[in-house]
Ligand binder design. Structure first.
Ligand code: CA
Ligand code: ZN
Length: 295
């Protein structure tokens, strides 16, 4: 099985990036990634204000998928995520939702042992590894890997984890997938501005879905589908995710727009992915139990 090392990274998702790795449709492979700081923070003496933030969220790739064409979608199946034995969480003035209350940068190294993250020698938090940055080449803009969008990117959505299928729209031939920014664990919101940032490797299987035109990324899990939407404000982000949910229910259950809109309102939930990146990301959860209620 191919194992892509972290020697080719991108800092921007762009239609102009040339692929560095190549796979076939349906191929399984591993990708190794640095943490979101490109490994610049290793001890408590490494503070966020002193690192080079332009190389943050560097993502390994681009990976071209043979047969992916404009107007298709990629199905990225996450088979496994392995994280290394130490992660990091920083605070820094301005960082996160309460950043204005932080007047000093500090770094905590978070040791990972046997499936648990050791918080300050006080809490043993079970890890729940996830991928922060997963994206494809954009349609036309050059978008930094720290920003999310219709191409995926820094979605920081905790359901991007093992046993999920992430669907992304294809904007260039080969799609040019890239991956980075693993978290050992993170809550909805990524409130202090970071998850437990960590290096590691992911085992993926990618399939090309012909002529499946997506407006935005979505995640399929056993419990349901998450419609992912990123925008400058919550209202815009929610509007787009709800639209995707209504369209999905309309097509899946042969409903008109108004009934699908009613069904979304009765059975689906808006949840927050992250509030700390250049755009906010939200998710509309469309539960699979709806299918079991059909009379
Ligand atoms: Ca991130
Ligand atoms: Zn991160």
């Amino acid at each position: 099985m191919k194992n892509f090392k972290k020697d080719n990274v991108i800092y921007y998702f762009s239609p102009d990036n040339l692929p560095k790795y190549f796979i076939e449709d349906g191929e399984e492979f591993w990708v190794e990634t640095e943490d979101c700081y490109s490994g610049q923070i290793k001890t408590i003496n490494d503070l966020r204000p002193n690192i080079n933030i332009s190389i943050m969220d560097a993502s390994v790739g681009p990976i071209a998928i043979n047969g992916a064409e404009v107007g298709d979608s990629l199905c990225v199946q996450i088979l496994d995520i392995e994280v290394v034995s130490q992660g990091v969480m920083v605070t820094s003035p301005g960082l996160g939702i309460l950043g204005s209350m932080i007047n000093e940068a500090t770094t905590r190294i978070i040791k990972i042992d046997n499936g648990y993250a050791n918080f300050f020698d006080k809490f043993k938090i079970p890890i729940n590894p996830m991928i922060g940055v997963l994206g494809v080449a954009t349609e036309k803009d050059k978008i930094h890997c720290a920003t999310p969008g219709t191409h995926g990117g820094n979605m920081d959505t905790k359901e991007i984890k093992v046993d999920s299928k992430v669907y992304l729209p294809v904007f260039v031939k080969g799609a040019n997938l890239a991956i980075g920014d693993l978290h050992a664990v993170m809550g909805d919101g990524e409130l202090s501005g970071t998850g437990v940032e960590i290096a590691g490797k992911v085992h993926l299987k990618v399939n090309v879905i012909k002529n499946m035109k997506l407006n935005r990324p979505r995640i399929e899990r056993e419990e349901g589908i998450y419609m992912i939407s990123s925008a400058e404000d919550f209202e815009e982000a929610i509007k787009n995710a709800v639209y995707d949910g209504v369209e999905y229910l309309k097509n899946e259950f042969n409903l008109d727009f108004k009934d699908a809109y009613r069904l979304v309102s009765a059975a689906c939930d808006i949840r927050i992915s992250q509030v700390v990146n250049p755009l906010v990301t939200i998710k509309l959860f469309v539960p699979n139990w709806i299918k079991n209620t059909i009379i």
